[in-house]
Design a protein around this ligand. Sequence first.
Ligand code: OAD
Length: 267
Amino acid sequence: TANETTSHENVGRLFASAKNIMVITGAGISTNAGIPDFRSKGGIYSQLGEYNLDSPEDMFHIDTFKSNPKPFYSFAKSLVSKTTWTPTRCHKFIKLLELKGKLLRNYTQNIDGLEKMSGISSSKVFQCHGSFASASCTVCKFKTSFEGIRSNLESGVVMTCPKCYEKKDGIMKPDIVFFGENVASKFDTLLLSDLKKVDFFVVIGSSLQISPVAKIIQQLPLKVPKLLVNKELLSPSISFDYCLQGDCDDIVESICKYLDWDLRIGE
Ligand code: OAD
């Protein structure tokens, strides 16, 4: 029955036979790398008390940023200063799917860049919520690379726009997608084409609460099996065919053991 936990063997068989796996990932696949997720106890949204926000999600709302970018810059400082992150077994598992020729696409909601660090090809990852790789002015859209904003992010000092701040108060914002902003339009075209090919749908480490990623599951052809790998089960209104509940790294490791796949990529 839907949303009941299943065995690794059942799921292993699906990984063995699938040819075009769509993997949706969220913050849960990076917690073992030392990066907190958002909504778990102790997650990022429980750590924002000092900023006096009406709601923790306001930290990542474009209107909040435009009226006062300082809280985000302080937050970014804590994020960017950590350079010791390494990909988890889950990231390696996704890379392994690519090496096996089975990865259709990894739609990630994460902005930590661990997918690329694990060697997953850029063409196989779509960073739905953008990345820190570049930054743009909130007013005139002047763009700079990460290097152009790095010292500000590291020091937590707000970067004003070198082109328009004098006249228009433009502020530089990393190109991560905030609430109140649209996901890049490439998402729609890529998804439309991937929905025609996908033969196995896998969500790992996400509470699946934020659209448009949360809505992908509703657009899948009915015949596509849907698997959730997560510490917690999600609302019964989100209907999966298979659920493996627990630590995602331990789960992918058992799946690999069953399949006799070697997860030690790049070690
Ligand atoms: P959430 O924090 O909402 O959900 C993370 C999920 O991963 C939770 O269901 C956890 O139980 C689970 N989890 C945590 N550690 C795990 C582990 N080691 N093994 C298995 N499961 C684990 O994070 P997201 O779903 O990624 O967007 O959040 C989606 C978006 O909401 C984020 O991209 C961000 C946020 O607001 C923006 O800021 C625009």
